[in-house]
Design a protein around this ligand. Structure first.
Ligand code: AP5
Length: 209
């Protein structure tokens, strides 16, 4: 099954993608994770990407589409995948339509920006395995340590409040138009992502079963 997870930053796409991928035995392809991995190379291109991400802006479409194409050339996608955070603009979606046929777009809706700001400014991520926590909603058992692998938890540079507010502006102007784009194609289903992760997962299960 080929799925797209669409929704504002902090809607819980990454959190629930981990469980859905486990259930369907397919990989999660997060363009955000791929870009953050690229940052580690320390090249001039990596520095450019870092400054775009830290401001909460989007990486240019051409580069993003190329990165997704490369990722989809690997063997592990033959039974499907979840695209988490791609496409994010109409030109990305149009380019993607030329290379793949998607089964379903799940649109994570969150009624209030204040929920998103609280989720992101309190998010912590494991440096080692990428597990996602929240200081209040999904706290680790030991402060600063991952429950799953014991790795150190860190805060993403773009989870600082001004960057989060800009990401919301960018989402509304550049990504939200994809809701109409995929609705017209009959591919989009909404879920209420303001509830807890378990209930978010249950809504997705109903759509994919
Ligand atoms: P990316 O990494 O994709 O970030 P994002 O889309 O902004 O999404 P997030 O990872 O912030 O949120 P999420 O919905 O996954 O929420 P999470 O599950 O972590 O992109 C980062 C940057 O890379 C972009 O800004 C851009 O610069 C660049 N980029 C990426 N893709 C691109 C593209 N296609 N084109 C151009 N540029 C691109 O949850 C958030 C928090 O809430 C966590 O703390 C979690 O524990 C908590 N939480 C989750 N679910 C719940 C729940 N149900 N109830 C309570 N708390 C919850």
């Amino acid at each position: 099954m080929k799925l797209i997870f669409l929704g504002p930053p902090g809607a819980g796409k990454g959190t629930v993608a981990a469980d859905v991928c486990k259930k369907l035995n397919i990989p999660q392809i997060s363009t955000g994770d791929i870009f953050r991995e690229l940052l580690k190379s320390g090249t001039p291109q990596a520095n450019e990407i870092k400054s775009i991400i830290d401001k909460g802006e989007l990486i240019p479409d051409e580069m993003t589409v190329q990165i997704v194409k490369n990722r989809l050339s690997k063997d592990d996608v033959k039974d499907g995948y979840i695209l988490d955070g791609f496409p994010r603009t109409i030109p990305q979606a149009e380019a993607f339509d030329k290379i793949e046929k998607i089964d379903l777009v799940i649109n994570f809706t969150v009624p209030d920006d204040s929920i998103i700001i609280k989720r992101l400014t309190e998010r912590r991520i494991c440096k080692k395995c990428g597990a996602i926590y929240h200081l209040t909603n999904i706290p680790p058992k030991t402060e600063g340590k991952c429950d799953k692998c014991g790795g150190d938890l860190y805060t993403r540079g773009d989870d600082e409040v001004d960057a989060v507010k800009n990401r919301l502006i960018v989402y509304k102007s550049q990504t939200a138009p994809l809701i109409a784009y995929y609705t017209e194609k009959g591919l989009l289903k909404d879920i209420d992502a303001s509830v807890n992760p378990k209930d978010t997962f249950k809504q997705i299960e109903k759509l994919i079963d």
